[in-house]
Ligand binder design. Structure first.
Ligand SMILES: Nc1ncnc2c1ncn2[C@@H]1O[C@H](COP(=O)(O)OP(=O)(O)OP(=O)(O)O)[C@@H](O)[C@H]1O
Length: 252
């Protein structure tokens, strides 16, 4: 589904060059729910921005369903972003002037889909994520958890190959966070969605199938959820605690 191969990215500030991604390699399979974690500055957001082609990178390949996104022109990448990828951001990015139903419809409006097709798809997603009752409400009239569920529904509107989520629970209390992670789990189970999520939230990540831990611009380790969420959460906390504590027992 997604394959990142030998990815290198640096930023230049004045005369100084900072290597931020240094040979990043991993795969995400269809139907997988994968999180990326790691200390602040390890390159998680940069990685996400490279995958969505918002920033250029020096070297490497980013294959989505075997197509190298780095080889597409602006027009092609805009189409991939709207039709093949779904985005969920920390601050929701809903349009305040549109109600929940209209926000969910945006990706199909951009695609100029027929209204009836759009309406039935939106209704299905509103139902699935438990936000049907608030369809006519505006983003300022609903809770943070409901806003984020609306954003997840919107991200799925065009049946994307993959959802890219950047800190989707970052601004939420624990109850709302659980509701959002619940939405991802529903999307995975019922719609066979593939989800790739950058997060600092180890509880959220403990619901994933796999967690890619970054450190210093590299994949430090990949942890697999063997089925016991509590144990997986503990394993994540142990690895992250070790990294944040600066322990350099690594695989370099
Ligand atoms: N536009 C930029 N110009 C220069 N340096 C940048 C730029 N964006 C990020 N960086 C640097 O690249 C490194 C990685 O940043 P990035 O935002 O990808 O890390 P992160 O793992 O997402 O961090 P956080 O968890 O704090 O969000 C950091 O050292 C950061 O200061």
């Amino acid at each position: 589904m997604l394959e990142v191969k030998k990815l290198f990215k640096s930023y230049t500030t004045g005369k100084a060059k900072y290597n931020v991604l240094k040979d990043v390699n991993f795969k995400v399979r269809k139907g997988e729910f994968v999180a990326v974690m790691g200390p602040s500055g390890s390159g998680k957001t940069t990685l996400l921005n490279c995958i969505s082609q918002y920033i250029p990178y020096e070297k490497g390949e980013i294959l989505l369903a075997d197509k190298d996104l780095g080889k597409l022109n602006e027009e092609q990448i805009a189409k991939v972003r709207n039709e093949r990828l779904g985005f969920v951001f920390q601050d929701f990015m809903l349009l305040d002037g549109l109600n929940v139903f209209e926000n969910v419809c945006i990706p199909q409006v951009i695609k100029e889909a027929p209204y009836q097709q759009m309406e039935s798809k939106a209704e299905l997603l509103l139902e699935l994520f438990g936000i049907k009752d608030i369809a006519k409400k505006y983003p300022t009239e609903i809770s943070g958890g409901q806003r984020q569920r609306t954003a997840v529904a919107r991200a799925l509107m065009n049946d994307p190959l993959m959802i890219l989520a950047d800190e989707p629970t970052g601004n939420l209390d624990s109850r709302s966070s659980e509701a959002v992670i619940g939405a991802f789990i529903e999307a995975k189970k019922k719609l066979k969605a593939t989800i790739f999520m950058v997060t600092h939230d180890s509880f959220a990540a403990s619901h994933c199938d796999r967690v890619i831990v970054m450190r210093d611009g590299k994949v430090y380790i990949e942890l697999i959820n063997k089925g016991n969420r509590n144990e997986f959460h503990q394993e994540l906390l142990n690895v992250l605690g070790k990294l944040n504590g600066g322990d350099r027992d690594d695989n370099e």
